[in-house]
Structures are given as structure tokens and as C-alpha cells.
Write a protein that binds this ligand. Sequence first.
Ligand code: ATP
Ligand code: MG
Length: 274
Amino acid sequence: MLTNEASLMYRVYPGGEVDLTSQDPSDKGVWKNSSKSDYEAMMQEKLDELKSLQNMLFAEGKHKVLIVVQAMDAGGKDGCARNVFSSMDPQGVHVKAFKAPHEEELDHDFLWRVHKAVLSRGMISVFNRSHYEDLIAVRVKKLCPEKVWRNRYRHIVDFEKMLSDEGTKIVKIFLNISKEEQRERLQARLDDPDKLWKFEPGGLADRARWDDFMVAYNELISETSYDHAPWHVVPSDRKWYRNLVVAQIVINALKELKMEFPEAEWDPKDIVVE
Ligand code: ATP
Ligand code: MG
């Protein structure tokens, strides 16, 4: 039923001007006639496909894959990790969450902690937040001078180009939720004792700077989307739709690698397991 339309329609092409407010975060795009009840069967299909592609990635041991996920608070980064990436063999995938840098990290350059987290051949690294915080959080919260974060555009573009040239497939995903959806999700954390631990009063300061974050994200996504490291802006108010689209984007990226199982150097027919 599904082609790679989903990943194509949300992909940002180099030189494209991004305006996050022009997308409807509750959009259902190619699944416009589907509802949440159709979701489970469709999702299972995607997860099975992902699992077998990841199995091949691991078996072939040729490529590295890096998936960057950025979003506002409560945007669904953890949900993606739980619902999409968890389907894969945990030995081949690692989700790395980048929190505010601690002292040792701040004593190094901003890419120090990031580069170490890019895994080796056959593996998929998922970044839950990433080096893009060193442009976004730092800019909006005025944590360092503009001269410093401006230069990071170039550093990040060069870093990703280096990773790509050295055999890392990069996919970047921005989960686009509306301010109202964020309000509802944050309120739900306050109302539910099982979710309360996720609520951080400090996060409200970021919410108050919503418009500044959008301006910064628009610029960031427009300036750092390349064929070798494209951004995708995924409507994310509907969690089920977001999961499907993210799974599809990753499937397409893995398919582009044109992987094959390694050929045995011997004929299995010649071997008998006694
Ligand atoms: P959760 O879903 O658990 O809330 P989270 O990713 O929001 O996950 P938090 O510990 O709540 O995790 O938030 C991380 C905070 O750290 C964010 O406010 C983010 O902007 C900030 N942060 C991450 N990396 C950097 C960085 N390099 N410089 C400054 N702030 C950063
Ligand atoms: Mg948080």
C-alpha cells in the first residue's frame, strides 16, 4: 500500500526554505483515509521490514547509520525510540540521549561527545537530541555568543560530510508538534502520577520561548539539509502517524544502501552438521 512517498513528502531538499508553521502537525498525509484503528497492521508491516533490513545491515557489516531525532519537549523523541527503533535487534541499535552537557563535556569541543557516540559498521546510532542542541538550545537560551554558535553551522556541515564520506548514512528527523499539543502532553504528565517524573518545571521556560525556537529551527533545518544528510519534518501531533512516517523514512534510508547478505566462500552443500 505504501510507497516511499511519506519520506519524500517530508524531506527537505538542499536550498529549500523551511517554515515549520506552514505544516499542519496533525496532518495524515499519504494515510489521509486511514485512522488509528488501521495503524497496528500497517505498523507491524513496517516494523518487520525494518527488522529484516537491520539484520542485513548487521550481516553485511559495511555501512554505519546515524539517525538524528530532534523535537521540542514532549515532541515524541522517546516515543519514537520505544515504538520504532525498539523493533530492531538491540545488539545492532543504540539510542543515545544527549542531555545538557556536564562539566567534562563542556571542557571539550562540542563535537567531542557526539563523535564518540557514532557507532561502527553494521550498527545504527539513534541520537535523541544531538549536536544540533549546540546550535538550538545554545542560541535560544543565549548560552554562548552568536559568533560561537554561528560558526557551528559550518562545523556541523563539515562533520556530517566527513561521516558520510567515511561510510555513514545520515538521516535527520524533526518531529513537528503544535504548541497546543505540547500543552496537552505536558499537562498530561502533571495529571498522571505515572508520568509526573517526566515533567520538568524548567521545561516551561523553553515553552515560553516557543517562537524563538521555531525561528532557530527554521534556519537550522534550511541550512543543514543536504542530499547526504537530509532533514525530514514529520507532522507529529498524532503519535501513530508519526511512528509510521518515521519507520518509513528509516526503511527508505536503509534500502538506499542496496545491501546484500555476504556470500559464503564455501558451498553450504559441502558441509554436513553431524
Ligand atoms: P525527556 O523526554 O526525558 O524530557 P529530554 O531530551 O527533554 O528528554 P531533558 O534532560 O529533559 O531530556 O532535557 C535535556 C535538555 O538539555 C534540553 O533542554 C536540551 O535543550 C538541553 N541540551 C541538550 N544538549 C545541549 C547542549 N549541547 N547545550 C545546551 N543544552 C543542551
Ligand atoms: Mg525534557
